[in-house]
Design a protein around this ligand. Structure first.
Ligand code: AMP
Ligand code: GLY
Length: 423
């Protein structure tokens, strides 16, 4: 089978690495890909939102399965585009249709979905510029900190957590009236603040049934001790040590089952990965957000723990035969540490040569922002590479990743030395 993966990050390199292990994969393509995917698949230099270029690539290369990595093509309706095109409708797409992708594309939609299906989440109310005064009154009745969320996609930057009431009011106005996040903040969701430890659960559904994939915890802040600016993710660990059977049962019963049942009830067509961001408050799980894709860098620790042929699993999703699959999960921990460009997540330079890759033997190197030129690898983004390792305990896995990082170098490289510090 010929397969196309859409995306260019560590998540997509990991998907390519895993699919490459399947004897049933004939040709593997990644669009646009990075230096890591160039070494194991064929990169196609087109954007993930250029549906017409994607169509040409699919027809030219006789592609039968498309795996969508990031959220924006899904929210923009790439799956629907395939279903509506007579030449593409027999091609399987892994990723929800547009209506279901709204779970990530609109926080208000996601909150209404959770309310309708009794899925535990923070209390909330949403506001527009017409209801600004009511928004102020709602804030006055909350206790700090105040959580303000732009309704639409804002590249991970649309959530503000503020301690001061006046500051919260000012930010609400900036979001609604001055369009701080463009059209993404035409509506703002204000939420009750939940205090606890976060984790993520990944679910794969074929629209009928589902499989729960390994849990993971990511580290979003740039600075050690979870300080400083938010990033796309500086490291991750799977499984999450505190997610014991009792807690996982609560997640299944209160969150995963009603989510998949809710999608069916609301006629939201979903064949793909659901990433449920959770917070543990006391002993109970609450949903912070839904994403309609795999996480990055969570994928770099979740997929290495799945022992099945991933193509078999994805074909079962496409054919709605997921109930016939038994997932086999590696008991070991996988941890990943993200190497980033100096200055990230603010301004940083690209084009630095990466050395030492051939010396790394004990870890898996998943490329994110890299590019290949004359057989040399150069940095090409803020998050550069995720270094993943297996271990009997997360500490052993991390030690291996840190030893591997010692062998790697590029000018300005930075990484967090404290992944797992809170576990
Ligand atoms: P989101 O983009 O919805 O995942 O939010 C980004 C981050 O903000 C989350 O990972 C949490 O750390 C934090 N956050 C979001 N909503 C809440 C909430 N209701 N209470 C506490 N923290 C939150
Ligand atoms: N690591 C968080 C995300 O992929 O959204």
């Amino acid at each position: 089978m010929n397969i196309l993966i859409l995306g260019a990050g560590g998540r997509e390199h990991t998907l390519a690495w895993k699919l490459n292990q399947s004897p049933k994969v004939k040709n593997l393509f990644v669009a646009p890909g990075n230096a890591g995917t160039a070494l194991i698949a064929k990169n196609i230099p087109i954007g993930v939102n250029d549906f017409h270029a994607i169509k040409s690539a699919v027809l030219e290369n006789d592609i039968q399965l498309v795996v969508v990595g990031p959220e924006d093509p899904l929210v923009n309706g790439v799956h629907d585009f395939f279903l509506q095109d007579s030449a593409l409708k027999t091609v399987s797409v892994i990723g929800p249709q547009k209506a279901a992708a709204t779970l990530e594309g609109s926080k208000e939609f996601a909150k209404e979905f959770m309310m309708r299906h009794n899925i535990p989440t923070a209390a909330y109310q949403s506001f527009t510029s017409e209801t600004l005064e009511e928004g102020y009154a709602f804030l006055e009745n909350l206790t700090p900190p105040y959580v303000l969320k732009a309704d639409g996609l804002a590249a991970g930057k649309g959530v503000l957590i503020l301690n001061d009431l006046q500051e919260a009011k000012d930010e609400l106005k900036t979001m609604l009236v001055d369009a701080k996040f463009g059209s993404a903040s035409t509506t703002v969701v204000i939420e009750e603040f939940l205090s606890g430890i976060e984790l993520s659960v990944f679910v794969l559904t074929d629209g009928k049934g589902y499989k729960v994939l390994p849990t993971a915890k990511d580290y979003k802040r740039i600075g050690e001790g979870d300080t400083g600016l938010n990033t796309g993710g500086m490291g991750a660990i799977s499984p999450v040590p505190f997610a014991d059977n009792v807690f996982m049962d609560k997640i299944h019963e209160r969150i995963v089952k009603p989510t998949v049942e809710g999608l069916k009830m609301d006629h939201l067509p979903y064949k793909g990965f659901i990433f449920i961001g959770l917070i543990k408050v006391g002993d109970d799980p609450y949903v912070i957000e839904y994403n309609v894709r795999l996480g990055d860098p969570e994928t770099e620790v979740v997929l290495p723990r799945i022992q099945n042929d991933l193509l078999n699993v994805l074909e079962a999703v496409a054919n709605q035969r997921l109930d016939e699959i038994d997932l086999i999960i590696d008991k070991r921990t996988v941890a990943t540490v993200m190497m980033v460009s100096g200055g990230y997540p603010e301004a940083y330079e690209k084009g630095k040569e990466i050395s030492g890759l051939e010396k790394v033997k004990e870890s898996m190197v998943f490329h994110a922002g890299t590019r290949l030129e004359n057989e040399k690898v150069f940095t090409n983004g803020g998050r550069v590479m995720a270094i993943s390792s297996y271990g009997s305990h997360f500490k052993d896995a991390l030690e291996k990743s840190y030893e591997s990082i010692e062998k790697l170098h590029f000018e300005g490289m930075n990484y967090r030395r404290d992944i797992g510090f809170d576990l």
